[in-house]
Write a protein of this length. Sequence first.
Lengths: 327, 278
Amino acid sequence: MSIITVKNLKKHFQVHKKEPGLLGSVKSLVKRKYETVRAVDNISFNINEGELVGFIGPNGAGKTTTLKCLSGLLYPTSGSVSVLNYTPWDRKPEFQKQFALVMGQKNQLWWDLPAMETFILNKEIYEVPDEKFKKTLTELTRLLEVEDILEVQVRKLSLGQRMKCELIAALLHTPKVLFLDEPTIGLDVVMQKKMRDFIKEYNRRYKSTIILTSHYMGDVKELCERVVVIDKGKIVFDGKLEEIIKKFADHKLISVVLAKEIDPKKLEEVAEVKEFDYPRVMISVKRKDVSAVTAKILDKLPVADLNIEEPSIEEIIRELFTGKNYA
Amino acid sequence: MKRLFENCLRARIMRKYLQVIRITFQEYFVYRLNFIFWRLRAFIQLLVLYFLWLAVIPQGTTIFGYDQAKILTYILGTSIIRSFILSSRSVDVAGEVSSGVLSNFLLKPINYLGRWLAKDIPDKILNLFFSIIGVSLILIFLRPPIIIQNNPLIIFLTIITIILGMILFFYLSFSLSLSAFWTPENVWPPRFLAMIIIEFLAGSLFPLDILPAGVFKTLKLLPFTYLLFFPLNVYLGKLTLQEIFIGIFISLFWILVFWQLAKALFRLGVKSYVAWGR
């Protein structure tokens, strides 16, 4: 059963353009040029109950705008959206009590007060009964290991601790639908991992439907079976994650640090060089050729250090739009 | 049974706003020094005004039909009631709109106007409390010649008109703040301009009845006099009961107008809201 249905959603913004320099500023006082930005340009998709879907795409692709439309923060230019059978931008309390939007870079916690105060406020706002509040809070604080910092002024918490508290604040009313916008941004690897485990556990325990956006391939890889790739406001891929990796991330990157300077021509003979900035060399290799090429590099070049890396999500997407067609 | 259920439901809804009030109180008390300085500033302002007018109108003289006691009561009175009528946390609405903090509340089942109304309660209670202390100090130590109203009906009506003034200013200030939806980078200049005009027309600089009769008559139809001048004149006993009720009626009318305006602006604003950066 579809919990979220999006049909031909469009969101266009009018953005005012200013010519550079003082003269441009003065001109813009009198006459302004506006340009239409198609942040979301005719997208459609369905999401079923309990699914955990990843939204990926470069900065400014329209991921966050889409989430904002789904949350009822923005009125779309055209198209229709239904979440839990409600139209989000009607902002009905019955709807709002069943979903949450968490943005990794923003906060809702009261900066000057302990996190507990925000929790109590949210409890009252969402009209959570006392018993249920206690139970959920105990559960969430235990899962995220923050039992001992709830009484500390929020401004004194570390980024990771704060992010965990943000999550708790957003989940106290146990939303059925959850939108996570870069929940792991700025967190160290240990914390990222904990966050992922938590999201997975929450999805399993409460059978909630989750949409997640992230720039970390790791998040998406570990959490989402299905991904939706968005670029320039359009959906360019919607399907299983393995397919996208197979389809678009068909190569790996070998980064080499050279021990001494060599003729660039010699490099070209060994492999396809992406970047060369002595002593660093970046080499792009087809997945199946990795071991062969690595052996060749070690054999023919004066290597000080060598690393094999997955291309970043940005890279896969960039490649997706340069030359290849993604049909 | 159904009645009981409805009451419970209403109690739940009230609890949201009670918690908003509680949190706002706590925020005030987090920074003790800031809190103390702010109150001290208000008190010193009161003293300065008092001594200024004491010097301007020596005992026995009258100015525009006001003797020393009346003018001092007016001036002291305005500076006290303006500290909680012409002050509303709703000035911060503009900041929330232009910085995108508003998003936090649009996502939740809470009434945004109601939330700000609730946030004003602690603010006004604190201002009232410290105003009373300030005035008591002046009364005890300086024994100024001021008029003490002792007619309970008049005192009651004064309180009513003050409450109406607060509500009126809340919606007026809220509407002003909502301009941030359309000009997020331009919030303070219009507010300063508006506040200067409002303070003048509300009578915070001088009693408005010293203006030419025609001007004064027109002003009485506008909302601004009902913020300061009207409640103070009720207190001073300068108005007949009939005049008081007409005044209350006019302020109710303006409250209705600005309430609807604030709601309509908010509805419109949210539609053009882009939640930048959030």
